[in-house]
Design a protein around this ligand. Sequence first.
Ligand code: FAD
Length: 391
Amino acid sequence: MDFSLGEDQRLLRDTVRRFMEAEVRPSVRQRNREEKFAAAELRALGGLGCCGMLIPEEWGGAGVDTLCYVLMLEEVARVDAAMAVALSVTNSVVAWPLYRHGTDAQRRRYLPRLARGEMLGAFCLTEPGAGSDSAAITTRAVRDGDFYRLNGTKSWVTNGGEAGLYIVFAKTDASAGARGITAFLVEPGFPGFQVSRYEDKMGLRTSRTAEITFSDCEVPVANRLGEDGQGLKIALEALDGGRVGIAAQALGIAQGALEAAVSHAKQRRAFGKPIGEFQAIAWMLADMQTEIEAARVLVWQAAWLRDTGSARLGPCASRAKLYAGEMVNRVVYKAVQIHGSMGYSRETDVERMYRDARVISIYEGTSEIQRLIIARDLLAAGAQAPHEGSR
Ligand SMILES: Cc1cc2nc3c(=O)[nH]c(=O)nc-3n(C[C@H](O)[C@H](O)[C@H](O)COP(=O)(O)OP(=O)(O)OC[C@H]3O[C@@H](n4cnc5c(N)ncnc54)[C@H](O)[C@@H]3O)c2cc1C
């Protein structure tokens, strides 16, 4: 087994790292204080190919493998987790399902602009009354000639108010339960589309998260994604890939926090020596690095499985997201602890990372939902190794 990165993968990682260090790190704290969305920086990353990484070149994408994609997200999140979620949503749960299930006309209209970073994507599944239980959504879509009319409210929409394309899930047949949900490609200029408010969040303060109201929103029939009733299948398939991206975001935050903690442990002195020489601090650092590396193996394995088209991706992505999401919270806790009172100050990056990390075990499926997926698979399929049964 070879864990070394190929030439292309190293080049991509180093390019994104250089960009983040030069263009984002110097302003990340100030931008957080101002709660300013990183529109220009995201557009620049789009210019480097980071918005349509999994999309074939013929549709304007970078057409790279999933490992390149997770390397990119890790490098972005290492400096700015809020930028990473904007990219993860655009790539994993908007551009990818559009490529997989869209008509050629839909791909032509939206994919090149998404892939070049000229517009961001948003994914609208969650509602005020339906999060984990996504089949319980109540947004309705009723056919009216050449249009569907959408009515309902979507909450916690990442990139809401900033995106140029929204994939919206709505019930077309309320009596058919999970099989009565259909996906739509909605532009913010469609009549009846309204950003009703923005969430006031604990972390990811520079990521825009909106509530969106649809009031008789007119969506052309040509903008239905996939067939009537396929919506939840499209959403869940997109989320399998999305979880690999969110796990990579966790890796990036954790790696950034570890680097900050190591640097502080070397230069902060107490009782006549650098605090890194106290075993209590050194062991925290050792545990942080060990957990990050364990998560990295799970994330890379899920990335590899995704590229093989394996039916085993679902539980594997859930394991990566579950472990990485809980790992990053342990790591940022220790990073703040190692910084002492400075870790509680907005002058440091670890304070922001501590708040940003908290959401990883909540969005794109909570840790409890990941355990449910993993356990359901384990009980149905037996204790099969993830690569067995891959094709
Ligand atoms: C910053 C942020 C960005 C987001 N971005 C998006 C986005 O772009 N698009 C989008 O559609 N959504 C988005 N979400 C929503 C997110 O995916 C949901 O919040 C998440 O799926 C959980 O849903 P909920 O908040 O309604 O929690 P609930 O479903 O109400 O769950 C509450 C608690 O009950 C537990 N629980 C629920 N069901 C079970 C069960 N069967 N077994 C055990 N425990 C259970 C949960 O794990 C949790 O602990 C975002 C959320 C946040 C915070």
